[in-house]
Design a protein around this ligand. Structure first.
Ligand SMILES: *Cc1c(COP(=O)(O)O)cnc(C)c1O
Length: 426
C-alpha cells in the first residue's frame, strides 16, 4: 500500500467498507436484523455500560448503517457520524443534545420550507425557541445572540434560491458566542462544499437528496467535526455532566472529540427512536459511490439551464449562484468552485399564474416536492412548500409568488431545455 491519502472519489466508493469477513461479499451486506447475540454476560454488560463498542439492537446501531456513517464522516472530514431515518430526524436529534426548555438557537431565514415549519412550530412545543437571522447580513446573527443561545443553524447552499452562505463569517460569530455552528449541507453535498473545512462544528444532511441521489430512500445523518469543547461554562449538560442512564459517565470526558456523535446515538437515537432501516442505508451507500460523477453532471446541467433561462423573454430573473452576474457568484467561487449546485429558482414575468401554468405544462420535469433526484424536478414554492408563510415571509425566504424552483437532474441538458422551451413558449 502506498501512503497516499485517498481522494474524494476513492472515499466515496470505499470508506468504511471491507469484504464481509465471513462470506467474502464485496458489496456491503444488508444486516436486516433487529438484534445481535452477545458473546457472554460480561460482553453484554460492557456494551450496555458503554465500556465496549458493538452491536446491541438496530435502534442504537447496525453494521450496514455503520458503513454509511463511516463513509459520510470521511467525505465530510468529521470524526464520526450517526445515521438516522430522515433529515428532519437529524435536526431533532442534534438540537435535543444542545437545548434545554427555554433555550434559543439562531437560524438563517433562508431554509428548506420543512425546516422553517419544524423550527417554528414543533420545536416550540419542546420549549426550544428559534430566533431568525438574515444569511445576507452577518451582523444580524451577532445581534441575535443572548445568554440562552445554544447553537447557530445555517444551510451551506440555501433552499429554495440556491444562495451561498458565508460559512466562515457565521462561524466567527458562533466562536465569539461560544456556541456550535450547525450546517445543513444537503444541497451542496461534500463534493461541492465541506463545511467543516470552513468552521462548522456539526454537519447535518437529508440523505434523501443528493447523497442517496435516486429519489428512492429517506435518510438523514449527523457528522461530528470534533471541534467543539462541550465542557465550557456548563452550557451543554447532556455532554459535560454525569449521565444517570450510563452509571454517571460524562460523555465529553469519556469520548473526547467524538462525544457529540456518541451523545446523538446513546441519548438521542436510543430514546427518540428515529432509526434508519439497514435497507435504506444500503440504497444510500450505493448512491454515494457515484456522488462525484452525478454531482458534477447535476451542476454542469444546472449552469446550462440557468444560462438558457436568463436569456428567455418570459423570464424576469434567474437566481443561480453559478451565473457570473449573480449576487452570490463571489461566494460560489470561494465555497463551491466545482459548481453552484443544481437547485435554483427563477421568476416569471407573468407572476403566480405563469408559475402555475409552467409547472402544469412541463413533461420531462416531474412536478413534486423533492430535490436531488437523478430526474429533473420542478415546483412552485408559493403554492406548495412555502404556502404556509405570509406574503412578506415568502418573499424574504426567496419564495415569492412569481418564483419557480428547479432541481436539475442528470438527463441530457438539450432535452431539459426543449421541455422548458415548449412549456414557456406555448
Ligand atoms: C429535504 C431536506 C431536509 C429534510 O430532510 P428529510 O429527509 O425530508 O427529512 C432538510 N434540509 C434540506 C435542505 C432538505 O432539502
Amino acid at each position: 500500500m502506498s501512503d497516499r491519502l485517498p481522494g474524494f472519489s476513492t472515499l466515496a466508493v470505499h470508506a468504511g467498507a471491507q469484504p464481509d469477513p465471513t462470506t467474502g461479499a464485496r458489496a456491503t451486506p444488508i444486516y436486516q436484523t433487529t438484534s445481535f447475540v452477545f458473546n457472554d454476560a460480561d460482553h453484554a454488560a460492557s456494551l450496555f455500560g458503554l465500556q465496549a463498542f458493538g452491536n446491541i439492537y438496530t435502534r442504537i446501531g447496525n453494521p450496514t448503517n455503520a458503513v454509511l456513517e463511516e463513509r459520510v464522516a470521511a467525505l465530510e472530514g468529521g470524526t464520526a457520524a450517526l445515521a438516522v431515518a430522515s433529515g428532519h430526524a437529524a435536526q431533532v436529534v442534534v438540537l435535543q443534545q444542545l437545548l434545554q426548555p427555554g433555550d434559543e438557537f439562531i437560524a438563517a431565514r433562508k431554509l428548506y420550507g420543512g425546516s422553517i415549519n419544524q423550527f417554528t412550530h414543533a420545536f416550540k412545543s419542546f420549549g426550544w425557541n428559534v430566533v431568525w437571522a438574515d444569511p445576507d447580513d452577518i451582523a444580524s446573527f451577532e445581534r441575535a445572540v443572548t445568554p440562552r443561545t445554544k447553537a447557530i443553524f445555517i444551510e451551506s447552499i440555501a433552499n429554495p434560491g440556491g444562495s451561498i452562505t458565508d460559512i466562515e463569517a457565521v462561524s466567527t460569530v458562533a466562536r465569539k458566542a461560544g456556541v456550535p455552528l450547525i450546517v445543513d449541507n444537503t444541497l451542496a453535498s461534500p463534493y461541492l462544499i465541506r463545511p467543516i473545512d470552513h468552521g462548522a462544528d456539526i454537519v447535518v444532511h437529508s440523505l434523501t437528496k443528493f447523497l442517496g441521489g435516486h429519489g428512492n430512500s429517506l435518510g438523514g445523518i449527523i457528522v461530528d467535526a470534533g471541534t467543539f469543547d462541550w465542557s465550557t461554562g456548563g452550557k451543554y449538560p447532556m455532554l459535560s455532566e454525569p449521565r444517570p442512564e450510563y452509571h454517571g459517565i460524562r460523555l465529553q470526558e469519556t469520548f473526547g472529540n467524538f462525544a457529540f456523535a456518541i451523545a446523538c446515538r446513546v441519548l438521542g437515537l436510543r430514546d427518540l427512536g428515529p432509526a434508519l432501516s439497514p435497507f435504506n442505508a444500503f440504497m444510500i451507500l450505493t448512491g454515494i459511490e457515484t456522488l462525484p460523477l452525478r454531482m458534477q453532471k447535476h451542476c454542469d446541467n444546472a449552469k446550462a439551464i440557468a444560462e438558457y433561462l436568463a436569456g428567455h423573454p418570459a423570464v424576469a430573473s434567474v437566481s443561480y449562484a453559478g451565473l457570473p452576474n449573480d449576487k452570490y457568484n463571489q461566494l460560489a467561487r470561494k465555497y463551491a468552485p466545482r459548481g453552484a449546485g443544481a437547485v435554483f429558482t427563477f421568476s416569471l414575468k407573468g407572476g403566480y399564474d405563469a408559475g402555475v401554468s409552467l409547472v402544469s405544462k412541463l413533461q420531462l420535469f416531474s412536478h413534486l416536492a423533492n430535490v436531488g433526484d437523478t430526474r429533473s424536478l420542478v415546483i412552485h414554492p408559493a403554492s406548495t412548500t412555502h404556502s404556509q408563510l405570509d406574503d412578506a415571509a415568502k418573499v424574504k425566504s426567496g419564495a415569492g409568488p412569481d418564483v419557480v424552483r428547479l432541481s436539475i437532474g442528470i438527463e441530457d441538458k438539450e432535452d431539459l431545455i426543449a421541455d422548458l422551451e415548449q412549456a414557456l413558449g406555448a
